[in-house]
Write a protein that binds this ligand. Structure first.
Ligand code: IPM
Ligand code: MG
Length: 364
C-alpha cells in the first residue's frame, strides 16, 4: 500500500527546501525503496493570497486523510498586516490542533563536522544529542480566554491563558519516557512550579508518571534554569519534556547549540489510533520561512530532509532508510559541503546542490 504524503511547502524558503523532499520522494519511488503518493496544498501566506485564510478547509481535509503531512515554513513581511485570525502561523496552529498533534519531538544533534559552527566551545557540544519533547496542543497557545479588551480609560488589558489538564501532561510525559528508553534513559521535566499553578500540576503528574519508569532517571528542572543549563553544560541532557511555550523557547536555544537553525528537524505526532495504531503526524523543520534569503536558492535543505527522515522513522517504520538518510546528511557535511548558514566564511553551495549531494550519498 502506498503511503499518502500531503505536502505543504508554505512560504519563503519553505518552497525551496520542499523541492528537495520532492526529488527525494521521486527517487525513492523510482528505485522502489518505498511507495509514496503525494498531493500538495497551500498554507500560510500563500493560502491567504489564494483563499483569504491561513489554510483552506479542503486542504485541512487532505491533511487529515494523509499518512503524514510534510510542512515547509510559513510567514513573511508581506503578511505582517493581515488580520490576526488569518496570519500565516494560524495555519500551522490549526493543523497541530485539528490533527491532535500533541507530541512535538525536536532533536538537537551536533554533527561532528559542524562542532565549530556552534556559538559554544567545541568541547561543550561535541557529541551533543538532546531530544526536546514539547507539548504542542495545549497551554498558553490555545487556552481561553485569549483576548485584548479595551478598558475605556485609555488602557487595554491583554489576557492569555495557560491551562493544562492531567491527561495532557500525562500523555506527553509518557512520550518522553518511552523515547528515553530508546536513548540514554534520562528525562528532565521543565516547568515553573515556583510561580505557576500549571507548573505545580505539571510536576505532580510528571513525578507520578516517572514511577512507571523505574529504569529511567527522572529530574525536575525549573524552566529558567533549563535555559541556563542548556548553554552552560548541554550534554547533561538526554530527553527534556516541557510545555508548549517553554518548549518553543528552549528548543530554539537547543537548536542554536548545534550551529544553525537550518539543521534542526521536528516531528509532531498524535495519539495512536485505537484500531490501527497509526498516528497522525506532521514533519517540519524548526526554522522559519527566512524571507531575507527566500527565492535565492541558498537555503539549507538539511532540516527539511532530516524532518523527512523522521517521517520515514516514525510514520512509516522505514528505519534503515531513515538511518541511511541521516547518515547521508552527516556524510556530505564530513565532505565539507556547506550552505551559507553554516559556511563560516568558507565556500558554500546552494539548496539544490546540497540536496543532490545528499541524494547521491543515499544512492551510493
Ligand atoms: C515553532 C514556531 C511556531 C510556534 C510559530 C511559527 C507559531 O516558532 O514551531 O517553534 O511558536 O510554535
Ligand atoms: Mg519556535
Amino acid at each position: 500500500m502506498a503511503h499518502k504524503l500531503f505536502l505543504l511547502p508554505g512560504d519563503g524558503i519553505g518552497v525551496e527546501v520542499m523541492g528537495e523532499v520532492i526529488k527525494l520522494v521521486g527517487w525513492l519511488n523510482r528505485e522502489q525503496k518505498a511507495e509514496f503518493t503525494t498531493d500538495t496544498g497551500l498554507v500560510g501566506g500563500s493560502a491567504y493570497d489564494a483563499h483569504g485564510v491561513a489554510i483552506s478547509n479542503a486542504d485541512m481535509q487532505k491533511a487529515l486523510a494523509a499518512d503524514a503531512v510534510i510542512f515547509g515554513a510559513v510567514g513573511g513581511p508581506k503578511w505582517d498586516k493581515v488580520p490576526y485570525e488569518v496570519r500565516p502561523e494560524a495555519g500551522l496552529l490549526r493543523l497541530r490542533k485539528d490533527l491532535g498533534l500533541f507530541a512535538n519531538l525536536r532533536p538537537a544533534i551536533c554533527y561532528p563536522a559542524l562542532a565549530d559552527a556552534s556559538s559554544l566551545k567545541r568541547e561543550l557540544i561535541e557529541g551533543l544529542d538532546i531530544l526536546i519533547v514539547r507539548e504542542l496542543t495545549g497551554g498558553v497557545y490555545f487556552g481561553e480566554p485569549k483576548e485584548i479588551t479595551d478598558l475605556g480609560n485609555g488602557q487595554k488589558r491583554a489576557v492569555d491563558t495557560q491551562v493544562y489538564e492531567t491527561y495532557e501532561i500525562d500523555r506527553i510525559v509518557r512520550v518522553a519516557f518511552d523515547l528515553a528508553r530508546t536513548r540514554s534513559k534520562k528525562v528532565h521535566s521543565a516547568d515553573k512550579k515556583n510561580v505557576m499553578k500549571s507548573g505545580v500540576l505539571w510536576d505532580e503528574v510528571a513525578q507520578s508518571v516517572a514511577k512507571d519508569y523505574p529504569d529511567v532517571a527522572f529530574q525536575h528542572i525549573l524552566a529558567d534554569n533549563a535555559a541556563m543549563q542548556l548553554v552552560r553544560n548541554p550534554k547533561q541532557f538526554d530527553v527534556m519534556v516541557t510545555d508548549n511555550l517553554f518548549g518553543d523557547v528552549l528548543s530554539d536555544a537547543a537548536a542554536m547549540l548545534t550551529g544553525s537553525l537550518g539543521m534542526l528537524p521536528s516531528a509532531s505526532l498524535g495519539a495512536p489510533d485505537k484500531a490501527t495504531g497509526k498516528r497522525k503526524a506532521l514533519y517540519e523543520p524548526v526554522h522559519g520561512s527566512a524571507p531575507d534569503i527566500a527565492g535565492r536558492g541558498i537555503a539549507n535543505p538539511i532540516a527539511m530532509l532530516a524532518s523527512f527522515a523522521m517521517a520515514l522513522r516514525y510514520s512509516f517504520n522505514l528505519i534503515e532508510l531513515a538511518d541511511k538518510l541521516e547518515w547521508s546528511i552527516a556524510a556530505v557535511l564530513d565532505d565539507g559541503l556547506r550552505t551559507g548558514d553554516i559556511a563560516q566564511g568558507g565556500t558554500s553551495v546552494g539548496t539544490e546542490e546540497m540536496g543532490a549531494a545528499i541524494l547521491k550519498k543515499l544512492a551510493a
